[in-house]
Design a protein around this ligand. Structure first.
Ligand SMILES: *[C@@H]1O[C@H](CO)[C@@H](O)[C@H](O)[C@H]1NC(C)=O
Ligand SMILES: *[C@@H]1O[C@H](CO)[C@@H](O)[C@H](O)[C@H]1NC(C)=O
Ligand SMILES: *[C@@H]1O[C@H](CO)[C@@H](O)[C@H](O)[C@H]1NC(C)=O
Ligand SMILES: [Zn+2]
Length: 972
């Protein structure tokens, strides 16, 4: 994350637009500031002797003082709309806030120093009182630690005694961030999305984003997750603006003709990182619900156009699901959700005020695609799950953040499945969670779910914990645990865990203890802690190898780079079935390195399949005969193999090949049955795995024959949907909708001529209709003397939403300047977020390097590409083989700017194709020459991955080329 020092710039700028009364406030503040400065210069009294030795050795607050509650007042000076006559640019804004806080705390260990955390704030005051005796205790000085602890150290002239209750008053001023950090400003254009009118004025809003360690940038506090407290909040805001906080509003009162003060009810006891407020001109719709008021806020235009309706509806359904599942009601007295034009993360679960990037909450019927609905329902389900896992019961420290994120991710699939069962989200989770986690966790640079607390101290280290391992592996091992102990036992255990630890903090062992109790009550025999520790405390995961000739089974740490020796062992619940024992799977707990059992011996040449429905977090390898039987089954009648396993067999085969545990031709052979497959999961699994082949070979002579084979494989799927839908109709079943999209993507991107023609035709018709609205009606097209040729082969006026992304991209790829500029124009004018995303993606699809270069330059201008979209725009360009080198040069030239929006993500994506010595050297130079901040680990991973790629290409190129040349039918 970018670091910016506090300056007084904002105060100077403020004067431009502040009214007299506000200026008076600033003047008082400035005087206070001067008083404070002189205090800061005061040297320590030589007589002062600490009773507690210095600051704590790590970055953690000492546990002498425990906060109970805060009273906080904050006044952001931002204008929601700049006064008439002032240019709507952000340089004319008042990016400053002032505030004061009283923290009430008690002492559990004698001390004469108070430590709080505070960052980028000017802090004044320091009035400390013993709340029982009303005695004041002198704060001798305030010292900001000049290191990553962000400590604000306050030595006292008297010790605080065990059992004493105290209050500390401080006032402070800070700057509203322009980089989406802490308390930040976001902008948007007022306008009516229906008419795509963007002539409206610039609007502003203030919002917070505090996880993990930014609460200290809004008010000085005990900013660690296990210092929970009650918050009494008052926000002073401009008259007529809408202010939202964690709790419901208690009352508002007008201060003068410019300011108004809103007081909130006290929150429940909660961690500082969940604190939130927003000031905006947003409007809302409400969701009818029994015991809590639910409101969904968005830009007034978006609310009026009902874009938040879908979110509002499913939110009630999801909340009902969780209240039923956990049997604990939602605890805060209001639930607000707000769609922000800018937010650094996809969404943030602040208790009672959940913030979302607009695109993750707003849905436009008839314009947004079904896939977008899936995204919305899954993200809302994730954030609402946090209201229990995270907000009500919180991990004790950031090294265990997977307890929050793994659970929220896992629960989100259950909840989303219950409110939208046709989406089949639980099945899809193997692609989105399991496979994503496997990918990262196959590298030696991965990390355990729960690393030791001492390894996670600084904000940088904490930030790095929010990764695929934490979210996806966390969810996957919970799914495995649920399958191991059984659904009802699992539910029983977590219900008791949540109700016993309400408003407290936990670590994984607490959860294991509660689940063990549930297992014992239900007469189970699983040893929860023993099993789970092997998955949460160790890095990586195993590959289980079964030999069906002799029944021998063994496990070994799965790594792409197999030269790294590892002796780690896991407690693996191995489920299996055979051709004959289907459909009743068995379970074999593998606790040692290896074992042998007759259940794994093949009878009469039947196949055996392990890890049924991929509930286990492990891969499976077999003897070659069994592999061939399984692949044979797939090619003759794939329905005998459960759907999720059809995807898994492909994923395992490809990854085992990557780790050199099976021949690469076995992996390629596992894609042959796709010729007759129309289900989404196996196709998507293949597409993702072949992506590696595409990336490694799309700059080489392998690419031609490979494309030819893939065209042949996808033709049936493409024709299936062409016949069924003509690509102008939407299949009823949501998973078929996904397959329809895959059919077009894969057919077009592998150059199937019929597909490219279809996409270009639809796009041309759309362009034509927009630029010549008078010819909107079909039948009017021919015979007119337009400069564009009439398009007759495709007879649609509007492309179906699911296919827009692929049609736009393919048409821009096949087209030239005209197609690109049209997409750019539409991107700038549309205010629908998903339409904007499709168009933005399409901009990266052109094959013309000059257009790609110009587009990359646009990412430096926030008026053209929003900061939150910078990283994904650049990685889109890198995905395109024509843009690979351009994107890599570009991020190095503009690292400081572009890395603000997710440096690690940029590195992961832009280096994906790296597979030669030259690229490796450039990457190593980048590692030493640049200040990489949180992206340093990503660069290390990229270096490791590039080495693996170089080796892989060297070893496989000829074999792969031969395989493709052999399987494509000879043409005469
Ligand atoms: C704290 O700030 C609020 C809002 O600006 C103000 O009304 C209140 O008087 C302040 N409290 C103190 C003790 O100065
Ligand atoms: C596997 O998942 C399917 C749904 O995709 C389900 O119908 C089936 O019962 C599951 N099998 C097992 C053994 O859990
Ligand atoms: C892949 O299939 C080909 C053709 O059927 C076969 O010759 C080859 O042995 C297979 N490879 C493996 C590893 O099974
Ligand atoms: Zn989360």
């Amino acid at each position: 994350m970018p670091k910016e020092a506090f300056t007084s710039k904002a105060i100077a700028i403020t004067l431009v637009v502040l009214t007299i009364s506000a200026i008076a406030g600033i003047i008082t503040m400035t005087i206070l500031f001067e008083v404070q400065t002189s205090n800061l210069n005061m040297t320590a009294r030589p007589t002062w002797v600490p009773t507690t030795p210095g600051p704590p050795p790590d970055m953690r607050l000492p546990k002498n003082l425990i906060p109970d509650s805060y009273e906080i007042s904050i006044q952001p000076f931002l204008h929601i709309e700049l006064p008439e006559g002032i240019n709507g640019s952000i340089t004319n804004q008042s990016l400053v806030f002032t505030g004061n806080s009283t923290v009430y705390f008690h002492c559990v260990k004698r001390t004469n120093t108070i430590y709080l955390q505070s960052k980028n704030l000017e802090v004044f005051g320091g009035l400390l009182m013993n709340t029982k005796t009303r005695e004041m205790i002198k704060v001798l000085k305030m010292m900001h630690h000049n290191d990553q602890s962000d400590f604000l150290e306050m030595p006292l002239d008297n010790a605080l005694e065990v059992g004493g209750n105290y209050s500390l008053y401080l006032s402070f001023t800070g700057e509203i961030s322009e980089n989406l950090e802490a308390l930040f400003v976001s902008t948007y254009q007022e306008g009516d999305p229906a008419t795509e009118d963007d002539t409206g004025r610039q609007r502003f809003l203030a919002a917070t984003n505090l996880e993990p360690t930014s609460a200290r940038r809004v008010f000085p506090c005990f900013d660690e997750p296990d210092f929970k407290a009650v918050f009494h909040v008052t926000i002073v805001h401009r008259i007529g603006t809408t202010v939202l906080g964690n709790a419901a509003k208690k009352g508002s009162q007008t201060i003068d003709d410019e300011w108004e003060m809103t007081e909130f009810f006290p929150t429940k006891k909660m961690s500082t990182y969940l604190f939130a407020f927003t000031v905006s001109d947003f409007t809302s719709i409400s969701t009818p619900y029994d015991n809590v008021e639910i409101n969904t806020y968005a830009r007034p235009e978006a609310t009026a156009a009902h874009y938040s309706q879908y979110a509002a509806t499913v939110t009630g359904d999801i909340l009902r699901f969780y209240e039923g599942f956990f049997e604990i009601s939602y605890q805060q007295n209001s639930l607000d959700q707000i769609a922000l034009p800018d937010l650094e993360v996809a969404a943030m679960e602040n208790w009672g005020l959940i913030t979302y990037q607009e695109g993750n909450l707003l849905f436009e019927e008839g314009v947004s695609s079904l896939l977008h609905k899936e995204q919305i329902v899954t993200i809302i389900a994730h954030e609402l799950a946090h209201q229990w896992f995270g907000n009500l019961v919180t991990m004790n420290w950031w090294n265990n953040i997977w307890l929050n994120e793994g659970f929220a991710t896992y629960m989100s699939f259950l909840a989303a499945d219950s409110v939208e069962p046709t989406f089949k989200i639980k099945e899809l989770s193997i692609l989105f969670n399991l496979h994503s986690a496997f990918e990262q966790d196959s590298l030696v640079s991965s990390h355990p779910l729960s690393p030791p607390a001492k390894d996670v101290q600084t904000t940088l280290e904490i930030d790095q914990m929010f990764d695929v391992i934490t979210y996806c592996k966390g969810a996957a091992v919970l799914r495995m645990l649920e399958n191991m102990v059984g659904e009802s036992t699992f539910k029983k255990g977590i219900k008791r865990y949540l109700s016993d630890f309400m408003f407290q903090n936990t670590e994984p062992s607490d959860l294991w203890r509660y689940l063990q109790k549930a297992v014992d009550d239900d007469n189970g025999n699983a040893k929860v802690a023993e099993v789970m520790d092997s998955w949460t405390k160790q890095i990586g995961y195993p590959v289980v190898t079964i030999n069906t000739n002799n029944g021998v089974i063994n496990q070994k740490h799965f790594l792409f780079n197999d030269s790294s020796e590892s002796s780690l062992l896991w407690q693996v619940p191995v489920t299996y079935m055979t051709e004959i024992s289907k459909p009743k799977p068995g379970l074999y707990p593998l606790e040692k390195k290896s074992g042998q059992s007759s259940v794994f011996v093949s009878k009469d040449g039947e196949w055996l399949l392990a890890n049924i429905n991929c509930t286990g977090y492990y891969r499976v390898n077999y003897n070659l005969e069994n592999w061939q039987r399984l692949l044979n089954q797939l090619e003759t009648d794939q329905s005998m193999i459960p759907l999720m396993n059809r995807g898994q067999l492909i994923d395992d085969a490809f990854n085992l090949a990557r780790a050199k545990l099976v021949d690469v031709t076995l992996a390629l052979n596992s894609t042959r049955f796709l010729q007759n497959e129309t289900e989404y999961i196996p196709w998507e699994s293949a597409v993702r795995n072949l992506e590696y082949f595409v990336l490694m070979f799309d700059r080489s002579e392998v690419f031609g024959p490979m494309q030819e084979y893939l065209q042949i494989q996808v033709t049936n799927l493409y024709n299936h949907y062409k016949n069924e839908t003509g690509f102008t109709k939407i299949p009823r079943d949501p998973t078929s909708q996904r397959s329809q999209v895959t059919a077009v993507w894969y057919a077009c991107s592998n150059g199937l001529p019929d597909c490219v023609k279809m996409a270009s035709g639809m796009y041309a018709t759309w362009m034509h209709n927009i630029t010549n609205p008078e010819y909107d009606k079909p039948g009017n097209i021919s015979g007119t003397n337009t400069t564009e040729p009439p398009i007759l082969e495709v007879n649609v006026t509007s492309i179906i939403p699911n296919l827009r992304s692929v049609i736009y991209c393919q048409a821009v790829a096949a087209g030239g300047k005209k197609e690109w500029e049209f997409a750019w124009k539409m991107y700038q004018t549309t205010s629908d977020t998903s339409e904007k995303d499709h168009l933005r993606k399409a901009l990266s699809c052109t094959k013309k390097t000059w257009l790609l270069n110009r587009y990359l330059e646009y990412t430096l201008d926030p008026e053209k590409i929003r900061l939150m979209d910078v990283a994904s725009s650049i990685t889109d360009v890198a995905r395109n083989v024509a843009g690979q080198a351009l994107a890599w040069n570009f991020i190095r030239a503009h690292w400081d700017y572009v890395s603000q929006d997710g440096g690690p993500y940029l590195i992961n994506e832009v280096t994906k194709r790296f597979s030669n010595q030259f690229e490796l050297e450039e990457l190593e130079r980048f590692r030493t020459d640049y200040d990489l901040g949180p992206a340093a680990r990503a660069v290390d991973q990229a270096i490791e991955q590039t080495r693996v790629n170089i080796e892989w290409v060297k070893e496989h190129k000829d074999i792969v080329l031969n395989w493709f040349e052999d399987v494509i039918p000879r043409r005469v």
